[in-house]
Design a protein around this ligand. Structure first.
Ligand SMILES: *Cc1c(COP(=O)(O)O)cnc(C)c1O
Length: 387
């Protein structure tokens, strides 16, 4: 057992101690934090990219389900918690992702820690991008398979490792399509070519891409026309879809297998009906209202344009997640604090979440932001960085 007091003190001294701070009010991309003199901050830390959490269609669907079915689902899906809304949601997700079927999970964390160990075991090999989300790493570890991490988005490295480690079982390649801390995108077509050449299974986590990319909001997989080549398309309802929960889409056999083997699915209570109904409303919205996506893309372009015009030269990436890398943790915290004083709330992301020396501010653009909000934030940031 660790010495709690010593550990906490050490983290505190290093400026690494995390703590919780409740939001006491939130509306339209603005929030008020507890103990902050009721100051309204402009929120650049939310993953609710399309501003669906407050969308009337999601709220109405949730309210309707709540009054018809109650607050909870009462049991796991394999017991008596399985409702029609779960099936409707899975059908809508399968269609969105261009797959035969889909399965919902309690969260993205539970999806990754359930799916990977269901498929891979002690005698298997997993090739995992070094920058993959913690839930993917944890799923890999839990599986007991041999995990080989390749350099982030480095296909030469992956190819070299695939060639060097040829086993007797089918290996798994696991990546994200839009990376959560860098906002960059995986080279999906090239990954598919490698997966086919080496006979691997390919799993793509679209946590930050679903709803935001693709002509129907089906993510980078849809945008790159790779639905047929991806074996497991994972996503969360908690980010661009404005709700909570997660899913995997795949072929019929895969889904049937996971119903029987994914422990985080089997041994956990089904999503509450209101939450599933809100997610279903969100999936329908993103398919039928591409304008939501276009509006977001315009805002992202606008924010990046202001930074460029102001002389910011480093890479801003291809997505709604914009990393402003500043180097040391203290510097990132300091800039975040100065921004907060000016009414802008942005997360300072520090090691161990990102590599040593790459502490950053992670701006996430949402549909809530007006052009005035965006230029104000970009100009304030430029001013602070020039000091
Ligand atoms: C956020 C995230 C998850 C976890 O999803 P939750 O639904 O929040 O648990 C999984 N994978 C990736 C890549 C993520 O960014």
């Amino acid at each position: 057992m660790v010495d709690l007091k010593a550990w906490l003190n050490e983290q505190r001294e290093k400026g690494r101690l995390r703590s919780l701070r409740p939001v006491i009010a939130r509306e339209k991309g603005r929030l008020i934090l507890a103990g902050d003199d009721n100051r309204t901050l402009l929120d650049f830390s939310s993953n609710d990219y399309l501003a669906l959490a407050e969308h009337p269609a999601l709220i109405a669907a949730a309210q309707e389900a709540l009054s018809r079915f109650g607050a909870g689902s009462g049991a796991s899906r394999l017991m008596s918690g399985d409702l029609a809304v779960h099936h409707d949601l899975e059908q809508a997700v399968a269609q969105l992702k261009g797959q035969e079927g889909a399965l919902t999970f309690g969260s993205g964390y539970m999806a990754n820690t359930g799916i990977i160990p269901a498929l891979m075991g002690r005698h298997d090999l997993i090739f995992s991008d070094r920058l993959n989300h913690a839930s993917i790493h944890d799923g890999c570890r839990l599986s007991g398979a041999k995990v080989i991490r390749f350099r982030h988005n480095d296909l030469n490295h992956l190819e070299e490792l695939l060639a060097k480690n040829r086993g007797t079982t089918i290996p798994l390649i696991v990546v994200e399509s839009i990376y959560s801390m860098d906002g960059d995108r995986c080279p999906l077509r090239e990954l598919v070519a490698l997966k086919e050449r080496f006979g691997c299974l390919l799993m793509v986590d679209e946590a930050h891409a679903t709803g935001v990319f693709g002509p129907n909001g089906g993510g980078v997989i849809e945008e790159d026309g790779m639905s047929g080549a991806v074996d497991l398309a994972v996503g969360t309802f908690g980010k661009g879809l404005g709700s909570y929960g997660a899913f995997v889409a795949g072929n019929r056999e895969m889904i049937e297998y996971l119903v029987n083997r994914a422990r985080s699915f089997i041994f956990s209570t089904a999503l509450p009906p209101a939450v599933a109904a809100a997610s279903l409303a969100a999936v329908r919205l993103i398919r039928h209202e591409p304008g939501l996506r276009h509006e977001l893309q315009e805002k992202i372009g606008y924010f990046k344009g202001v930074l460029r015009k102001g002389g910011y030269e480093a890479d801003l990436g291809p997505s709604q997640i914009i990393p402003i890398v500043v180097g040391e943790s203290e510097a990132a915290l300091h800039i975040a604090e100065l921004l907060r004083k000016q009414g802008i709330f942005v997360t300072a992301v520090r090691p161990p979440t990102v590599p040593q020396g790459t502490a950053r501010l992670r701006f996430s653009i949402t549909r809530h932001h007006s052009t005035t909000d965006l230029s104000q934030a970009a100009e304030t940031l430029l001013e602070i960085m020039e000091r």
